[in-house]
Write a protein that binds this ligand. Structure first.
Ligand SMILES: [Zn+2]
Ligand SMILES: [Zn+2]
Ligand SMILES: [Zn+2]
Length: 156
């Protein structure tokens, strides 16, 4: 993911915060249409449980087997709503887009090369990188991206 580096910004990538965000998203996604609210909650719950990049089609087929089946359009609209809330990030491979529940606060991803699980890693290296690059290269860091690849606890 792309993210801004700002030395003073506190990074809170912990699970408690994440749960708080998911709860906030549940509230934000609630509408007057109870059926639609249920469908949106199913989609959000799937994203929170799967913890990996998924296509809208996969979410749709999972929703079809749930207690609140709905159309693909509902999946797309819900994903857009979550993106608007800063809770979903996307990745594109050719013409395929995949979606991941993702905290809006700056963090990095530890990606399992076996199952695709994505865990969020809080970033504490921002200001150190900034200093090292400025000192070594006179390079002014404005943002950074990092991705950690490896094997998750369940797969090892
Ligand atoms: Zn993330
Ligand atoms: Zn894994
Ligand atoms: Zn970082």
């Amino acid at each position: 993911m792309k993210a801004q580096t700002s030395a003073g910004r506190r990074v809170q990538g912990n699970d408690a915060r994440k749960r708080g965000n998911v709860d906030a998203a549940y509230r934000a996604l609630a509408g007057t249409n109870r059926r639609l609210t249920k469908q949106r909650r199913v989609i959000l719950a799937q994203l929170a449980r799967l913890k990996r990049y998924v296509t809208a089609q996969e979410l749709h087929s999972r929703m079809a087997r749930s207690r609140a089946p709905g159309g693909l359009a509902t999946v797309y609209r819900t994903l857009e709503a979550l993106r608007g809330l800063g809770m979903v990030t996307t990745s594109s491979h050719g013409d395929q887009t995949t979606y991941l529940l993702c905290d809006s606060a700056h963090h990095h991803h530890a990606v399992c090369i076996k199952c695709g699980r994505v865990d969020e890693v809080p970033c504490r290296s921002g200001s150190n990188l900034q200093r090292a690059l400025l000192r070594g290269l006179r390079f002014r860091l404005t943002q950074h991206e990092m991705k950690f690849l490896g094997v998750c606890a369940r797969c090892s």
